[in-house]
Design a protein around this ligand. Structure first.
Ligand code: FE2
Length: 437
């Protein structure tokens, strides 16, 4: 038994394997390089490296698609076959990955937490728990999971600044914007590649309506971002700032050159594409044939249901392009999932189905139904994951639906609430909607 770079015990006699695993974890938290390839190197040094197999399994689970489950199962079973030699930390990883695989997000979050109570310097467990808090929209856990481990991270521990980047996002999602910005800037100053930390600061600026600051911050920090799927999300944030600033040509250019690209496979990326096109259409900006092109990327994901937040974006695409078989398939998949008893089932049942029906109703011009589906769940949508900024598309759809169905007093009330939280710009959705009522 040896220790990793942060002094956490690993079942392996190969220092090279552990060193390569540490490299994979560092790449993972910074969203740089290729953690899977680096992890493969670790497994060449030690094919029985349990944490290598659990990392591999996790990387196939992160998009939360049903489609990737078979690829996760192989490495998960390898780690389970090695459980007899595992230390308590590694048994925790195996249990957390198994729960995630089964769709038991709540159980998985608890397993990651138990690991962190005993091994607060387990950076991969921290990142996975953090991402799961994001996928389940648990803002306070996003913040507190990181706070619980901070006393174990003095400045000498490798990766300390990445922990600040995670803390920044947790603080932002739970509304502590000043401390969030401070922690995020600290992480970016320490390592300009930390696109997760840069992202957390961008979220602060988004929530506070600081569009020029957000534009400047992302433009400036983009120089440090390594190519990778998270970079697309940061370009998406830049597009949101520019949308509010009224630079629609720039927004479409960002979409065409940075956000959407041929051969795009990561679901998180095509999700951002759909979210941006939907927002543009809500404010009356034509997007040409971009929906048609994007629908082709979503086509293999029409029968998912595992993660309703993904399905909402698939539905946007299929509904906008009139793909009736696919829209029915999304609803049917969610209905199937809703009959289960896992976290993913509850997400599908309570949020995914009404949201997807609302999106479909909007695209079909059934605006009364949009209000009926979305109004009752508007304070619960956080449970199906994503950030405040991402879920805002549901609030915008509800308001647009209220206006178009003649529920102007409702729209006025919702817009008053919205303006009180963030000063609208002339080009913003809020100002445009206010001009319509
Ligand atoms: Fe974001």
């Amino acid at each position: 038994m040896l220790n990793d770079t942060r002094g956490v015990p690993v079942t392996s006699n190969s220092a090279d394997a552990i060193s390569a695993y540490d490299d994979a974890v560092n790449e993972s938290v910074l969203y740089v390089g290729d953690p899977i390839a680096t992890c493969a190197r670790a497994l060449e040094f030690d094919p029985n490296l349990i944490l290598g197999h659990t990392l591999n399994a996790m990387y196939n689970l992160l998009g939360n698609t049903k489609q990737s489950l078979p690829d996760a199962l192989g490495p998960l079973e390898k780690s389970e076959n090695l459980a007899g030699t595992a230390n308590p930390r590694e048994l925790g990883h195996i249990a957390a990955v198994r729960a995630w695989y089964e769709g038991d997000f709540t159980g998985s979050a608890l397993h990651w937490d138990r690991i962190l109570v005993d091994y607060p310097r387990d950076l991969f467990a921290l990142q996975m728990g953090h991402l799961l808090d994001f996928y389940t929209g648990n803002a306070f856990s996003l913040r507190d999971r990181v706070a619980r481990v901070l006393p174990a991270w003095d400045d000498s521990v490798p990766g300390r600044d990445s922990v600040s980047g995670m803390y920044a996002f947790g603080l932002e999602e739970s509304g502590d914007y000043r401390r969030a910005e401070k922690e995020g800037r600290r992480a970016v100053e320490a390592d300009c590649r930390d696109s997760w930390a840069a992202h957390a600061v961008a979220h602060v600026m988004e929530m506070e309506g600081r569009r020029e600051d957000g534009d400047a911050w992302l433009t400036q920090t983009s120089i440090g971002w390594a190519p990778g799927n998270f970079t697309v999300h940061n370009w998406w944030h830049l597009a949101l700032f520019r949308l509010d600033l009224g630079d629609m040509d720039d927004v479409l250019d960002l979409y065409d050159t940075k956000i959407r690209y041929e051969g795009q496979e990561f679901v998180e990326e095509i999700l951002d594409c759909a979210a941006l096109l939907w927002r543009l259409e809500l404010i009356g900006v034509g997007v040409g044939d971009r929906w048609e092109n994007l629908s082709q990327a979503w086509s293999p994901l029409a029968s998912e249901g595992r993660y309703a937040f993904n399905d909402m974006h698939a539905m946007m695409c299929f509904a906008k392009t009139g793909r009736r078989a696919e829209t029915e398939s999304v609803i049917a998949a969610l209905e199937r999932e809703a009959r289960g008893d896992q976290t993913t089932s509850r997400m599908a049942r309570e949020i995914g189905l009404p949201v997807c029906r609302g999106i479909l109703a909007f695209a079909s011009g059934n605006y009364d139904q949009v209000v009926n589906e979305l109004l009752p769940i508007r304070y619960d949508t956080r449970f199906f994951g994503g950030s405040h900024a991402q879920r805002d598309v549901i609030a915008q759809t509800l308001i647009a639906g209220a206006i178009r169905s003649g529920h102007k007093s409702l729209a006025r009330a919702l817009l008053a609430e919205r303006s009180a939280l963030k000063e609208p710009t002339k080009a913003s959705f809020t100002a445009r909607a206010m001009a319509e009522i």
